[in-house]
Design a binder for this molecule. Sequence first.
Ligand code: PBG
Length: 329
Amino acid sequence: MYKYIRPRRNRASQGVRALISETFLHPNKLVLPIFLEDGAGIKTEIKSLPGVFRYSVENATSFIEEALRNGISSFILFPAVQDALKDSTGTYSYHPDNFYLKAIRTLKNQFPKAVFISDVALDPYSSDGHDGIVRDGEILNDQTLEVLSKMAVAQAEAGFDILGPSDMMDGRIAAIRDALEEKGFVNTGIMSYCAKYASAFYGPFRDALDSAPKAGDKKTYQMDPANRIEAQRELQLDEVEGADYLMVKPALHYMDIISDLKQNSILPIVAYHVSGECAMLLAACKNGWLDFNTAMPETLNGLHRAGADIIISYLALDYAKWWRKQHDL
Ligand code: PBG
């Protein structure tokens, strides 16, 4: 009988293909990253990430309005801090005058229903460009946790819904969770960068924030791209330390890790389609080597199919617009 089995029957028409389709990536599963800068009237394009901008808060507001209109409801915000405000322990990160903390107050007030996710790490604020405190070339773990906890409490207090520790220090989820509970921020979520790799694909992001390490690399805290099983160890720790979401970063080059985490945890799994992965696609499309409107949804759908419940991507708004067109909205 095998010769009458024809898988192509299930691909024969658009209607049949829709019936058997396995992956549905709704725009409300996407998170749009936004780079913020202090000042007014700022909209500066990131040269290694065409179409992505650094905004001052009032320009970010119009961008967020456009995204909400198109079905995106979650945003992850990153601060671009002036060099003069950076120091070795990142004190500006929890300073009451910090523009990023002021910005979230404004945005949360304006868009109370939107979900805002923060970045908890030293690198935007550190004169060394590292995610932790550097002493004699070493990244100090436990001293860094103290700063991260202060930063986390300041961000929760300012109105972020979810905090995103991206630093990869040991014990950071527990330290942040303890600090939040102690100050009464029992409803603030933690989206842990659980398996974050020491990747070449963060280049455009570091251009955007001018946050590249001044010396050395991030290999003593971010994971080795060669490792898969090690991600399970980070998963176990983040779960018991109190994370609400587990992230894999980068995404496309780490789909095995996304799949592993999805199978081994009941927490929502997040994939961060990072700046360099996005830049590759944009560059190929700009050259006419790939077609954006087919390659872009294929990319994001692939991450969802691999096991990512939530996807952070600079292309989130492009996807949402594409999705609306597909559904005649
Ligand atoms: C660092 C941080 C990085 C990204 C988000 N948070 C880069 C790094 O580790 O240097 C990268 C995101 C991207 O490339 O899109 N705290």
